[in-house]
Design a protein around this ligand. Structure first.
Ligand code: 5RP
Length: 223
């Protein structure tokens, strides 16, 4: 099975976690796009979605799924999103699609985080994938030095030769060379650095379930 087929498989499998009549939290990325396409087949049975990005909102609305503002609704029962890395505790690195801040907000608003991923995303320890960090632009040079002090190398993410601007009007640093042995502690520490909007370690907002696409089908991991 190709990686794309595995993404389709887990995107469809996530439908079992959608509760009829409710509003579902929706992440961002190529795996979530498969979930959104699958969700459209049951759109008459749900009230709508809270979205984590401009891109997911556009896809949901194009398929006729109503999108609500996060502030307009209460707690969600489930949030479905992909990951760049996930470990055996359900801790993740996210933000490869630059949507990490809104993803963390909608995850925090949800009782259960269901991660959908192909098996290339499963890792023993977080950190091989460059860690995305959304930052206020005027803080980026100092934050590059702070990551250097930890042994990391941070680079501003570019798009068409200029710094990428997130849905929130900020920049992304991608940090390589980190060994994240204590995801909860690391997330708490970096979150406090002035200028950091969101660090792409999802440990406090870890996954509760992971639907992992493998050659032999969907494996359900619970944490
Ligand atoms: C976007 C994300 C995505 O969930 C993550 O990058 C995985 O994306 P994909 O499903 O395309 O591999 O965190 O900010």
């Amino acid at each position: 099975m190709t990686q794309d087929e595995l993404k389709t498989l887990v995107g469809q499998a996530a439908l079992q976690y959608v509760i009829p009549g409710e509003i579902v939290g929706v992440g961002t990325g190529s795996t979530v796009n498969k979930f959104i396409d699958a969700l459209a087949t049951m759109k008459a049975q749900i009230s709508g979605a809270v979205s984590s990005s401009v891109a997911s909102t556009a896809r949901l609305q194009a398929l006729g799924i109503p999108v609500f503002e996060a502030n307009a609704v209460g707690e969600l029962s489930v949030y479905i999103d992909g990951a760049d890395e996930i470990d055996a505790q359900g801790f993740m690195i996210k933000g490869g699609g630059a949507a990490l801040t809104r993803e963390k907000i909608v995850a925090a608003q949800s009782r259960r985080f269901v991660c959908i991923a192909d098996d290339t995303k499963m890792v023993k320890a977080l950190g091989a994938f460059p860690l995305p960090v959304e930052v206020i632009p005027m803080s980026s040079a100092r934050l590059v030095r702070q990551f250097e002090a930890l042994g990391g190398k941070a680079q501003i993410r570019l798009k068409d030769g200029v710094p990428l601007v997130t849905d929130n009007g900020q920049h992304i640093l991608d940090v390589t060379g980190l060994h994240i042995t204590d995801p909860l502690g690391f997330e708490s520490m970096v979150n406090q650095w002035p200028g950091v909007v969101t660090v792409g370690v999802f440990a406090h907002q870890r996954a509760h379930v992971c639907l992992l696409g493998t050659a032999s089908g969907v494996k359900t991991l619970t944490f």
